[in-house]
Write a protein that binds this ligand. Sequence first.
Ligand SMILES: Cc1ncc(COP(=O)(O)O)c(C=O)c1O
Length: 390
Amino acid sequence: MKDFAYLEKNAVYLDSACQSLRPQPVIDALNDYYMKHNSCGERVKYEWGTITDEKVEATRAKVLKYLKKSSRHYFVSFTLNTTYGLNLLLSQINIKAAGIKTIITSDIEHNSPFLSTISCAKKNKLKRIVLSRNEDGSLPIEKIPDHALVVVNCASNIDGRLLVNIKDVVKTVHKKHGFIIIDAAQAMAHSKEILYGVEPDAICFSAHKMYAPSLGAIVIKNDFAKLIDTTFIGGGMVDDVDRETYLLSKDNKEHNYTQFESGLQAWGEIIGLGAAIDWLNSLSKSAHQELVENSKKLFDFLKSHPHIHLINQAPATTMSFYVDKKETGFDSHILGAALADEGIMARTGYFCVHYYLDHVKHYPPLIRFSLGYHITSDDIDKVIAALKNI
Ligand SMILES: Cc1ncc(COP(=O)(O)O)c(C=O)c1O
């Protein structure tokens, strides 16, 4: 694809689930900020600052539109990444005011929600339940109790499995007087549609997994935000400060997003996210189709190989497998290094899903291929040839 023309000819980057490659328009937007209007947002009166403010506000609107969420019910705050967003919510939530009695997560979570829910449960002396997701990615809704705070992903970073019953899950949680925070880190780039028509209380994601610069975001319902105490606090969040008191800007409806934006923000990266959303929206049907076909071609090969133990039940842009040392004489780490020698960049290990992959499934370290729009059919042929060869 022309927007990745800067890629070296032999480089096959298969680590998009960690961070996508950035297309040229996103790099250009970031460069434009640095070279044409490098300035602090929200505070300055000179023209560069006005341009920055306009583009930052446009990005907030683009995020909501991308997820089909209304600005009447939700607002967008920028953070460092998904982990940071989840921790801001879970460490500051007023459990008593929210009436939360149990915290729920699932077994296939990234350490990001997995650990932050442990921490939240300990701090608030809450019972924490780890539900097993079904093979198809659905959550057993009958096991969700009343007054629960549910924190789960809607797309897995192991095998792209989706929370296929997300609509029922959100409805059930709300019917039972609970709240639900969705980790959308793996959904934003290629599966955002799963979030259409559902109204979770908050959605956290990482822009760097959706072709944008390194950045996080919290998309949160106005009502839910009121249940989050503001204790992580500093510059950019207040309208007035006296010796022992302060007036939070978040209470001014127009500046509600300041609730989670302490200190100076990553203005260039935020603007880059806006450019990434424009770029994703501009992609043709054939670009999507190519990604689907490339994923399927790689899936078919991985599934058919006698020494490749594939975790995926279905093709996805993220696929994980392991090789058995007894069968092949080498493990996934060695395979990863051998692929790297051929210019093929894949991930090995447990991808921050230690509990499920190591302690539940007892898999040996895995190898993960995660594709993006930069991958060509020739790249897939090269990967297949390299795997056969090794
Ligand atoms: C499903 C999922 N959740 C959360 C995270 C954490 O993202 P970050 O490291 O950007 O905070 C990741 C990262 O890979 C992920 O895949």
